[in-house]
Design a protein. Structure first.
Length: 233
């Protein structure tokens, strides 16, 4: 039961929105943070950061590294919200806190963990468990409630389960390629008004590394393929 608790409790906090951590390649996540990704509306700020997370083999813990710099105000807190697209939703997990804004979980590190004297930049590491999710909920669900939600999601076709010794292991049923395409379509329509050109330009400008010649050649081939397909329609 512990193996699926982190995912399950997060699911309960979402209502009809489903969040399932992927298998195999889905065990590691990395995200660049900036004001343009703010929900419900982008903001202009000099602050930037990175977030990297690794789910352990048993899916009972998430180790993470959070960095931030060039903040325009003193850091007070960092957390993960889950909600519908373009809605911030409620706080599900705390990444760091401060005496001004304490986390409900006793294990949350302070945002000034790496340098207590620097309130505008920092480096935070931590580990998240199901207990951290439950600590932030006003009415934490029981294990029977979690099992009931998982059965409901399975009946609706969002999840499937496999036996792992005495435990059920729940896995997503959605095709990763289809989920990726849906996410990209949402990104295009929400932030770039459906303009592929604007999206590509923004991604090239936001890249942390310079593209290699081989990467540029592959991109050029993709553009040539798109041009040929357009000519056949």
């Amino acid at each position: 039961m512990k193996r699926i608790t982190i995912v399950a409790v997060a699911l309960l906090s979402l209502g009809s929105t489903v969040l399932v951590f992927g298998d195999e390649g889905g065990r590691r996540f990395r995200e660049l943070l900036n004001g343009f990704k703010e929900a419900a509306a982008p903001i202009s700020t000099t602050g930037t950061g990175t977030f990297a997370a690794t789910i352990n083999k048993d899916e009972t813990e998430i180790d993470y590294v959070l960095t931030f710099e060039n903040l325009e105000g003193d850091v007070r807190q960092a957390h993960i919200h889950i909600g519908y697209p373009q809605n911030s939703g409620g706080i599900v997990l705390w990444l760091c806190d401060s005496p001004t804004n304490p986390s409900p979980s006793a294990t949350t590190p302070e945002c000034t963990q790496s340098d207590p004297g620097n309130l505008r930049a920092g480096h935070v590491t931590g580990t998240l468990t199901a207990a951290d999710v439950q600590a932030g909920l006003p009415d934490p669900p029981s294990y029977s409630s979690v099992r009931g939600m998982l059965r409901l999601l399975e009946s609706k076709g969002f999840l499937r389960h496999e036996w792992d010794g005495p435990r059920y292991v729940y896995l997503p049923t959605a095709d990763p390629e289809r989920v990726r395409e849906t996410a990209v379509q949402h990104l295009l329509s929400t932030f770039f008004s459906g303009s592929m050109e604007s999206a590509v330009a923004a991604m090239l400008g936001a890249s942390e590394k310079t593209l290699t010649d081989e990467e540029l050649k592959r991109m050029a081939r993709l553009i040539d393929d798109a041009r040929r397909k357009r000519g056949r329609t």
